[in-house]
Ligand binder design. Sequence first.
Ligand SMILES: [Zn+2]
Length: 283
Amino acid sequence: MSPICCVVPEYILRAVVEKGEAPEHIISACQSTIDNTRRLQDARIQHGQSIVSAQQQQTAQAAGAVRHLKRTIYNAQNSWDSDDLPRDKVMIKEGGVLISKEEDSSQDANECYVGFKKTYDFYFEFFKRDSVNGRGLKLDGFVHYGQRYANAFWDGREMIFGDGDGHIFNGFTDELDVIAHELTHGVVQYTSPLEYKFQSGALNESIADVFGIMVKQWGTDPEHPQTVDQASWLIGEGIWAKNIKGKALRDMKNPGTAYDDATVGKDPQPAHWNDFKKLELSD
Ligand SMILES: [Zn+2]
């Protein structure tokens, strides 16, 4: 079984549970995020077959590709059911107006809608790629998934965002690199489906991080994109709530320095080949 990538790696959530420093309801939110994420792993496998057949049909993308940007943002209404997410509450669809703060004070739907377009535009502008699958796959996003769900992920056919727990994690829709990272997992699936474990899994993650940060460097202000030197190279900058001592989930410039906090532990990313980690399968 190949795990799905989530924005928040399981080792962070497990650290919160094991350290026991956070309030009880936050620890239980982290535990339920772990449990539900594992359950969601099935979803990606179910979608695997259709992805393979789509790959077989896929034609090489070339200059002259036509844009088919089609976004729909739904309110998951705190449902935990990833197999049958409610689609009756559309918050924004392509060409529609952004929602007001009165309709939803979180603004998650707007951020998701905008983040989808910036990611789509990046891939189209620089790679002439028409959406995640290169064939205009519609981009569906679900906000308000689960209860205090402290994660966000691409499940193989759509993007799903939890609200965060409010104590450790802020929301997940306001970071462009986070959205682009997850959509890039979709691109990887449709191009070179690197198995999500060990070194192929590390490559899968790295590609998602690299494209995620490139989308941010360009998409934040496409008229004045950041240069390599100007960019922070921080993945998930601003994702931590104010209680946590950290600047991001990962620091690509200085791996291993993204956070260091009693509640969530220290960033374990190795910065040098000397620190190569031989991973073992977890249960
Ligand atoms: Zn990932």
